[in-house]
Design a protein around this ligand. Sequence first.
Ligand code: PEP
Ligand code: MG
Length: 312
Amino acid sequence: QVRRRAESWTGPGRTRDGHPVAVLANVQDGAGARAAASSAAEGVGLFRTELAFLDRDTEPTVEEQAAIYREVFDAFAGRKVVVRTLDAGSDKPLKFAGPTDEPNPALGVRGYRIAAEHPEMLARQLDAIAAAARESTASVLVMAPMIATVAEAAEFATAVRARDLVPGVMVEVPSAALLADRLLEHVDFLSLGTNDLTQYTMAADRLSASLAALSDPWQPAVLGLVARTAADGARAGKPVGVCGEAAADPLLACVLAGFGVTSLSMAATAVAATGSALSGADLAQCRRAAEAALGGADPQSARARAAQILQG
Ligand code: PEP
Ligand code: MG
């Protein structure tokens, strides 16, 4: 019955009592965006641009990049698309960006740190995004991965606004979660990347199967950072979304809504189940579940406490 309800869910994302929480898709290229556009996703919450260039030996030209971005924007014409600038390095190595011989790549020059070292590469990517956005009716926002300091957010926001685009940053390093209120003085939105936020909060490699128990977004420390970031967003009156795998866990999606997260972005295949789960819970119930989960001693008890409130 749960599956049948999910299959018929058509959006938009709302709790049972009508509180909006946008349900968005994660995409990586035009084909994926077209597939996602036929789901009930209201837009794209994370366009992983680096994944479109994994097979390139050299940096694509501005024109080549713009053509790929345009495909994604056209698939979501009239809707919101959040483009992430290149998140190269560590688990997503690009041949043309970043060092390859670091002893500890997850803690190395990756994500925005490469852009900071090579501002001209970031400038070319932003030019390509701006050019594609000008020719499309999609509402385009741009965010940077792996932001760790206020200065990085400020610098990125300046570069994005110079091209008439809307800047945001990902919160996937604990320092960014702890500084969320100050990041929000510079950018228009935040997006929690719970995959890396969990990895860096728990000091547990996200690719290590033997550390799976630590790499769990239900870990109370991770939930605490998410709650705090969402609360800072609410105080600033700015959106805070989640675009990590956590958003695709229907129970956790309700908890995230309870923390005040304003959008959830996930693989297109998870959109219906998540949207349907949200539509089955009232906001007050989500808030109680969020509070209860935060008080859990470990992921199992956090999950059980939330389930008791949301599933009775
Ligand atoms: C994340 O870290 O949660 C995220 C959404 O980015 P990626 O999985 O691409 O690192
Ligand atoms: Mg990440």
